[in-house]
Design a protein around this ligand. Structure first.
Ligand code: GLN
Length: 482
């Protein structure tokens, strides 16, 4: 069996006992990628020779020694492309430095391997906004893998990668993980350094793992977390060993079920799978508590004011002067900026920049941006109140399984509504995980369904323990795309 099918935990055991080497893993991955990536399109690029050179030096005694990790194409790795799925950075940008998470992973012995496709600048939920190629859902090649970390999730979901890094601003780790049958974890805002992640909306962005199992998510989180002097929003708090309490069970754990997340319009297979998961948790000894998050209906609107506002400011740096695409034959400086940006950005990015500039402009600032900030506070407060009564909050990750490619491409608003269950955790800065909890079968080919757990601030440990208990008592994580 190819080593590409294994988890971090299983590879680590075999590496430590010297049964296999990092070189074996890279060779097996390269073979699988060659065979299957042309159909799936998860990798934008990968460098086998460079990975083999690093594998030869890998130290199997380190905690992640010799394990290749696929990297979303918005996280800088020295000497590699970092296109953000955009024409703007595709032609002539090579990362001059390692993001802090990459430095940390290397310190733990991991090998960053491969650049994963994504929606342009992480704006989207289907990876259809990538300017550089199509990524397909490994469960059904006619369907989207989710987004924006679609390449990362499609690779892990089809054994084209052992594990991957994604970034999550409004659901971009959890939603593609759910649609591709993987585990995806968005850490607490500030848990993981954002230094070297190309910024989309800085008050919402977090890097996190996409993995085959909950244990692997915990293992990776151990080596992503921690204060970083290069990111002033990273938190100076202790980093526990997130694998330590995984097996402690959920007896007596209080799980909140927010009524606003169990609503009409959710696909029947999603509702059924999540209801079955609730029963499973009850049988494991957890206590279900119905509750309300009353400002849930403001979430999508709040997010789609704040995220574009921050994006319009963050993306101002792509002006054709410092790096990236540069329009040819321009007449003056204004023409230079305008032509560069008109050519370099795709339609969704332009839409967000326009929206963001509008809500920040004088006259509209109070009505939109300031109001959205106030709504954000109310959403955060909803969670604070809820976490007085419960330890974690359970819901579906997305309203439906993966849709067909092209189905929503020209309907941005419907696409935005797909984020309804995931964005609140970003607005509130809370940790959240998606894990497989079922399969939709009435969709032709079976499609994975994900359940989301949201935790208290900095309480990833409880989140992971809760996820692990369900995972290990069911077989959903073993069901693979064929
Ligand atoms: N789908 C959301 C958006 O388009 C979330 C993206 C993300 O988390 N990066 O903005």
């Amino acid at each position: 069996m190819s080593l590409a099918t294994e988890t971090i935990a299983s590879l680590r055991q075999r590496l430590a006992s010297r049964e296999i080497t990092a070189t074996d893993i890279v060779n097996d991955l390269a073979k699988t990628i060659e065979q299957r990536n042309p159909a799936i399109g998860a990798y934008l690029s990968y460098d086998v020779e460079a990975a083999l050179a690093e594998a030869a030096k890998a130290d199997a005694t380190l905690p992640l020694g010799g394990v290749p990790i696929a990297i979303k194409d918005n996280i800088n790795v020295t000497g590699q492309p970092c296109t953000c799925g955009s024409k703007m950075l595709a032609e002539n940008y090579t990362a001059p430095y390692d993001a802090s998470v990459i430095q940390q992973l290397r310190g733990a012995g991991a090998l960053p391997f491969g650049r994963m496709n994504m929606d342009e600048f992480a704006m989207g939920s289907s990876t259809e906004n990538s300017a550089l190629g199509v990524t397909r859902n490994p469960w059904d090649l006619e369907r989207i893998p989710g987004g924006s970390s679609g390449g990362s999730a499609a690779s892990v979901g089809s054994d084209l990668a052992i594990a991957a890094l994604g970034s999550d601003t409004g659901g971009s780790i959890r939603q593609p993980a759910a649609l591709c049958g993987c585990v995806g974890l968005k850490p607490t805002y500030g848990r993981v350094s954002r230094y070297g992640l190309v910024a989309f909306a800085s008050s919402l962005d977090q890097i996190g793992p996409i993995t085959k199992t909950v244990e692997d998510a915990a293992l990776l989180l151990n080596h992503l977390s921690g204060r970083d002097a290069a990111d002033s929003t990273s938190l100076n708090v202790a980093v526990p060993d997130f694998t330590a309490g995984l097996r402690d069970g959920v007896k007596g754990l209080r799980i909140g079920l927010p009524k606003e997340y169990f609503v009409d319009g959710t696909h029947p297979a999603v509702s059924a799978a999540v209801q079955a998961a609730i029963k499973q948790y009850e049988s494991l000894g957890a206590e279900m508590v119905e509750l309300s998050l009353p400002h849930t209906d403001c979430g999508v609107a709040t997010y789609y004011v704040l995220a574009p506002a921050e994006a319009s400011s963050n993306l101002a740096r792509f002006d054709g002067v410092r790096y990236g695409h540069r329009a040819a034959n321009t007449t003056d400086v204004l023409d230079h900026y305008m032509s560069t940006r008109a050519e370099g950005f795709g339609p969704e990015v332009k839409r967000r920049i326009l929206l963001g500039t509008y809500v920040l402009s004088s006259g509209y600032y109070d009505a939109y941006y300031l109001k959205a900030q106030r709504a954000r506070t109310l959403i955060r407060k909803d969670f604070e109140d809820a976490f007085e009564k419960v330890d974690v909050i359970l819901s579906p990750t997305c309203p439906s399984p993966a849709h067909k490619m092209g189905e929503m491409k020209n309907d941005p608003l419907t696409m935005y509504l797909e984020d309804v269950f995931t964005i609140a955790a970003n607005l509130a800065g809370l940790p959240a995980i998606s894990l497989p909890c079922g399969l939709a079968t009435e969709t032709g080919k079976p499609l994975p369904i994900g359940m989301q757990l949201v935790g208290k601030s900095l309480d990833e440990a409880t989140l992971l323990r809760t996820a692990w208990a369900f995972e290990q008592s069911t077989d959903w994580h073993k069901t693979r795309a064929k």
